[in-house]
Design a protein around this ligand. Structure first.
Ligand SMILES: CC(C)(COP(=O)(O)OP(=O)(O)OC[C@H]1O[C@@H](n2cnc3c(N)ncnc32)[C@H](O)[C@@H]1OP(=O)(O)O)[C@@H](O)C(=O)NCCC(=O)NCCS
Length: 155
């Protein structure tokens, strides 16, 4: 008998989930030192009782840093990251962000597939250059990418 696919819930993060999020990010070699205190703009994927994915935003004026996108290894390749990205992008738009920025060493192709474009590191907005990710946590080899959130007529 074929097992039905396990249902995944996509939910706002809570403080109680912080340790599990930290574990997941560490296991994916992503920074945790600068994880926002409130996790107010973070989304998680839950399968059963288990946290299997995360993604979040840091608001930087009218732009947002897209960060902490991670999916547990045994759950990859099933569209979880896509859904976490879409949830986060909707949230960024609802919060009035004009664009999403990110730094990555590992998933440039995935982000390009979603429409992010690589920008010169030194061309990143000052707010992005001021983040801990940019200054210390991500290596100098990390690529900066940007996704415009405004419709073409409003850019
Ligand atoms: C990157 C990561 C989040 C992807 O998670 P996932 O759940 O397996 O991703 P999904 O199944 O949602 O697939 C993502 C999309 O990228 C596409 N994709 C996968 N590999 C790709 C590649 N090498 N090149 C281009 N596109 C690719 C998939 O086809 C899919 O496309 P779709 O959105 O049109 O369906 C996961 O591998 C991970 O946690 N890696 C470690 C942490 C990390 O590097 N995070 C990035 C932070 S900067």
């Amino acid at each position: 008998m074929v097992e039905p696919p396990e249902e995944i819930d996509y939910l706002p993060a809570t403080a109680a989930l912080r340790p599990a999020i930290v574990d997941l990010l560490r296991s994916c070699a992503l920074p945790v030192e600068d994880l926002p205190v409130t996790l107010e703009h973070f989304v998680v994927a839950i399968a059963g009782q288990r946290l299997v994915g995360s993604a979040g935003l840091e608001l930087l004026g009218d732009i947002a840093l897209f960060r902490s996108l991670a999916v547990a290894p045994s759950w990859r390749g099933r569209g979880l990251a896509r859904r976490l990205f879409e949830e986060t992008r909707s949230r960024a738009r609802a919060l009035g962000a004009r664009s999403l920025y990110l730094l990555t060493t590992s998933a440039q192709d995935v982000f390009a597939h979603w429409g992010f474009v690589t920008v010169p590191r030194e061309g990143a907005p000052p707010a992005v250059q001021g983040t801990l990710q940019y200054r210390t946590l991500c290596p100098g080899s990390a690529v900066v990418m940007c996704l415009d959130l405004l419709p073409p007529a409003r850019r």
